[in-house]
Write a protein that binds this ligand. Structure first.
Ligand SMILES: Cc1cc2nc3c(=O)[nH]c(=O)nc-3n(C[C@H](O)[C@H](O)[C@H](O)COP(=O)(O)OP(=O)(O)OC[C@H]3O[C@@H](n4cnc5c(N)ncnc54)[C@H](O)[C@@H]3O)c2cc1C
Length: 415
């Protein structure tokens, strides 16, 4: 029996191969029948599942190649961001941004448009400079930014092959402090949402959809010098040195304005700890930042039904990119995330109403989290879905990487 990280989904695949080399991956792909990539298992649905062979790539060797001239690092796809970040930091380099969790692997995270936050920061996928994958023909293929198909394949949700290596953009290492602002009201935030989301390098709002209070605003400020000052107030909120929006979770990276290296501040959770709540379900929807106040008001109408099922909502932003299936394709976005109690029936009962409330804003779902949107609805909000599907069908004409989930959401054609 094998489950996803949260324990909310049990893979039905009869066989899981734990690859420790690219040849292992090639051999597994050469086995007859459907195949699919499995990463660190942090998605929440049947997205990676298959009726054939799951190929777990997290055992590929943790070897890194830094190219300081090109400002890139190349690594095996299944490596966790936290491990990569430590290695880069020791050499004076950094990733442009990180997600909340350092435990997720590079190939799986970038395949689903995983993101951190920041008005000026793109998704983690947008940092992919090149990728190497084993295709349906069992051969190794290389693709670089600018090549035909590249923009279709980066956020490729496992639909065309097994990514065995990624090359990511890097920047010189930098320092960051984290501060929490309490007391920001809905009225103030809706009046000037850009002031909230633009309050630092990366901003997350942790909200419980309370009537007056917008939420705790978690600001990650990039520092030139460790004694750089930050503002004491944010709209009608104030800096709160003792606050931790994630409550008693012990494994949160250091708060309270203490300067530290980028990789110990950009993720919310520490690599050596147990992240998040564990027994949980996550959902997330992306709307254009220009629509953000309206979209938040529409969801707020459902606050009484959301609250009993919710651990916490997190609001983040991402800058536009050109990747066809990216949640930020062609527009700057606000991401509206829900960490739910592990009550799948109740959560599935509420999601259609959240999705209906967000439909007028063209909300796109996070590929890796629980949503109920299917092909027709996704086609309306992802303008390049049909183009991406055509590329996947061309690269994998026999449907080796097709699974039920990808057909449901319109990423692949049914067989
Ligand atoms: C506690 C927690 C915190 C999270 N925080 C964030 C966050 O801050 N931001 C955010 O955006 N998301 C976040 N997520 C969601 C998570 O990043 C995504 O679900 C991501 O897809 C997880 O990648 P994975 O490889 O672990 O997932 P998996 O379930 O293993 O795979 C997900 C998808 O990626 C594909 N895939 C995996 N490896 C490969 C590969 N080598 N080649 C081709 N395709 C591959 C799979 O086929 C599948 O389609 C979080 C999830 C959890 C559980």
């Amino acid at each position: 029996m094998s489950r996803n990280w949260a324990g909310t989904y049990e893979y039905s695949a009869p066989r899981i191969v734990e690859a420790t080399s690219v040849d292992d991956v090639r051999r597994a792909v050469a086995t007859p029948g459907p195949v699919h990539a499995l990463g660190t298992r942090h998605s929440f649905t049947d997205l990676p599942d298959t009726a054939g062979t799951l190929i777990d790539v997290t055992g590929l060797p943790a070897e890194f190649a830094l190219d300081e001239q090109q400002r890139t690092v190349t690594l095996a796809g299944g490596i966790r961001y936290g491990v990569l970040a430590q290695w880069l930091h020791e050499r004076g380099w950094a990733l442009k941004n990180m997600g909340s969790l350092p435990h997720i692997n590079a190939a799986g995270a970038t395949a689903t448009g995983t993101h951190g936050s920041g008005n000026g920061n793109q998704t983690l996928s947008a940092s992919v400079r090149a990728l190497r994958y084993v295709g349906a023909d069992g051969e190794v293929h290389d693709l670089r930014r600018g090549d035909e198909d590249f923009d279709a394949l980066v956020v490729g949700v496992g639909a065309f092959g097994i990514v065995v290596e990624v090359t990511l953009d890097v920047v010189p290492a930098f320092r960051v402090r984290q501060d929490i602002y309490s007391g920001v009201t809905w009225d103030a935030a809706l009046e000037d949402l850009d002031a909230v989301t633009g309050a630092g390098f990366s901003v997350s709002v942790f909200s419980l959809w309370e009537p007056d209070t917008f939420g705790a605003v978690w600001v990650k400020s990039r520092l030139e010098r460790d004694d750089d000052a930050v503002a004491d107030t944010l709209l009608d909120g104030v800096i709160d040195p003792g606050a931790n929006p994630l409550g008693d979770l012990a494994d949160v990276t250091e708060l309270g304005g203490v300067p530290g290296p980028w990789m110990l501040r950009l993720p919310h959770f520490r690599l050596d700890g147990t992240p998040s709540f564990g027994d949980e379900i996550q959902s997330e929807y992306f709307v254009a930042r220009s629509d953000a106040p309206g979209a938040l008001l529409a969801v707020r109408e459902l606050a009484d039904r959301i609250a009993p099922l919710l651990f916490v909502t997190e609001l983040r932003t991402a800058a536009a990119d050109d990747l066809w299936l990216s949640p930020a394709y062609g527009q700057d976005v606000l991401a509206i995330h829900f960490t739910w109690h592990n009550d799948p029936v109740a959560v599935r009962g509420l999601l259609p109403d959240i999705e209906a409330a967000l439909a007028p804003f063209g909300a796109r779902p996070h590929w890796g989290k629980l949503h109920l949107m299917e092909r027709e609805a996704i086609e309306r909000v992802h303008p390049r879905l049909a183009d991406a599907r055509a590329v996947f069908e061309r690269l994998d004409p026999d449907g080796r990487f097709v699974n039920d989930h990808l057909v449901r959401v319109g990423v692949r054609e049914p067989r």
